[in-house]
Design a protein around this ligand. Structure first.
Ligand code: G1P
Length: 297
């Protein structure tokens, strides 16, 4: 099974930093954001490759995931074995690449991986967000297995003033993850989805549950994307193709706690994610507070 990671966007929110280096390579501590996403993508049982959707303006992403034997040799010759190991790991991850020639929307980006998914169910992980515990996709796979391998999307309640920024699902709660005691909009609750809409007005939204950017999808979505017409914002929307899938197949949503993950989609969110990750480990926590000195958070 493959995991598709769209990474062909222009990164306009991070300009000028992204003028000549992709936003996916911005570091969180010592690793680029996209490596966290790739490692998360490879965690569920059965996922053997991450397919990264890139544009030809961003060759650096492919370069990053390529082996660098000369750099490894150099580091080893200096006795920096741990660093050599980290460099080797980044170049050895099972990733492949597909090109998106034009920025026509998320649905179009996902469609660019059609040949790679081999007519199997596949994950989609949006790259502005990563889950350090890597648990979210594992839970989604569990829900899918418990429901005849149906498609599953991760959702969470959105504040009213943010509903129109997201894809919103409608349906009814039908149970919860094993070992949880959750219902309604609580993390762990499972919904059977009966509708969804991309970037609705608040009054048109079928609920407040928004799609957080983790999907486990039936390969049929790829077929539907081939004939998907542009929707919200004039873009080919993944949400619209999933809505058409609902006429043919069951789909479930797993309510998650979005705070399980770290947002890197804006400079402020990215800075907060760096702080959060630094505070999560005793070594970096100490160094982080030392570097802050008198600055108050
Ligand atoms: C995309 C999806 C949307 C989802 C969101 C999550 O929107 O189309 O359904 O809720 O990601 O971040 P975008 O942020 O690309 O506008």
């Amino acid at each position: 099974m493959k995991a598709v990671i769209p990474a062909a966007g222009m990164g306009t929110r991070f300009l000028p930093a992204t003028k000549c280096s992709p936003k996916e390579l911005l570091p969180v501590l010592d690793k680029p954001v996209i490596q966290y996403v790739v490692e998360e993508a490879l965690e569920p049982e059965g996922v053997d490759e991450a397919v990264i959707i890139v544009s030809k303006e961003k060759p650096q992403i492919e370069h990053y995931f390529s082996p660098a034997p000369e750099l490894e040799d150099f580091l080893q010759s200096k006795g920096k074995d741990e660093l050599a190991k980290r460099v080797q790991e980044a170049g050895a991850l099972p990733v492949s690449f597909a090109n998106q020639d034009e920025p026509l929307g998320l649905g179009h980006a996902v469609l660019c991986a059609a040949d790679a998914i081999d007519n199997e169910p596949f994950f989609v992980l949006l790259g502005d967000y990563f889950v350090p515990s890597r648990q979210m996709c594992i839970d989604m796979l569990e829900v899918s297995r418990a429901h005849n391998n149906a498609s599953v999307i991760a959702v969470a309640p959105a504040p009213e003033d943010q509903v129109s920024r997201y894809g919103i699902v409608g349906g009814s709660c039908v149970g919860c993850l094993e070992g949880h005691d959750a219902s309604g909009e609580q993390p762990g609750a499972i919904w059977k989805v009966d509708t969804m809409v991309e970037k609705p007005k608040l009054e048109d939204a079928p609920s407040h549950l928004y799609i957080v950017g983790r999907y486990l999808l039936s390969p049929r979505v790829m077929e539907l994307l081939k004939t998907q017409t542009p929707g919200a914002g004039g873009e080919i929307q993944l949400t619209d193709a999933m809505l058409r899938l609902l006429d043919e197949e069951e789909m479930y949503a797993l309510v998650v706690d979005p705070k399980q993950g770290c947002d890197t989609g804006t400079p402020a969110a990215w800075a907060a994610t760096n702080a959060r990750m630094a505070l999560e480990h005793p070594d970096t926590k100490l160094a982080f507070y030392e570097e802050l000195g008198d600055v108050e958070l």
